[in-house]
Design a protein around this ligand. Structure first.
Ligand SMILES: [Zn+2]
Length: 226
């Protein structure tokens, strides 16, 4: 009683036929909707390995197929328990799709379930290699605020901030490129030794923190430039 596509999920006992089943959403013996196990993560829900490089079309297709199979409309004449299960499966599926379709959200989610997501202790502290640029940026922001308050000339300051914004947007692009490279490394070592996997997760975590720091900077500049 094995099914290669669902081999990642441990078997559970079906509430309806009481057989051990390897299904994720439906019992492999009687075909009834299963109770959702607490430990079922979003990758398992899609019956996918914990890979970070996902073909979008494949994910979308799986999502559409599963949504259709799990849709409450299919259970209007079923028992109340099954109707409830259909709602639960459907809403989990929607959450899973939302989390996994975004490449950054996917990394965030993976690190979360692997227990490796650690936001920086000092979220507001600039990464050392950005200190100087961040300092300059903050100065320009202060000057702009002062000029706004005193009705001074804004044009030069705005131009300076616009170029700083572009500079940080570029850095954001670099972080995203690094994320893609590290995501591929993660996928390559999916079955590899735990130490390497841990190291890659630490790198991914670092990149996420740096990304959110720069993202905040850009948002602040954009707000002031409005
Ligand atoms: Zn069953």
């Amino acid at each position: 009683m094995t099914s290669p596509s669902t081999a990642t999920n441990p078997p559970l006992v079906c509430w309806s036929c009481h057989e051990r089943t390897f299904g994720t959403h439906f019992c492999s013996s009687c075909g009834k909707l299963l109770q959702l196990p607490q430990a079922l993560d979003y990758f398992a829900l899609f019956e996918m390995p914990r890979k970070l490089c996902i073909e979008m079309s494949e994910l979308e297709q799986k999502f559409l197929q599963l949504s259709w199979k799990l849709h409450p409309d299919n259970f209007v004449n079923a028992t109340e328990q099954e109707r409830e299960l259909s709602l639960k499966h459907s809403s989990e599926l929607n959450d899973a799709y939302r989390a996994l379709r975004d490449p950054v959200g996917r990394v965030e989610y993976l690190l979360g379930i692997e227990g490796a997501r650690k936001e920086g202790e000092h979220k507001q502290q600039a990464p050392p290699e950005l200190l100087e640029e961040v300092f300059e940026l903050n100065e320009s922001l202060d000057e702009l605020r002062e000029a706004k308050a005193s009705g001074g000339d804004l044009a030069v300051l705005k131009t300076r901030l616009e170029s700083a914004e572009k500079n940080f947007q570029d850095k954001l692009g670099q972080v995203d490129a690094q994320l893609r490279v590290t995501a591929r490394e993660w996928d390559a070592t999916l079955q590899g030794d735990p130490a390497t996997r841990k190291k890659i997760m630490a790198q991914l975590n670092e990149l996420l923190n740096r990304r959110s720091y720069i993202r905040n900077l850009v948002t602040n500049v954009q707000k002031e430039l409005l």
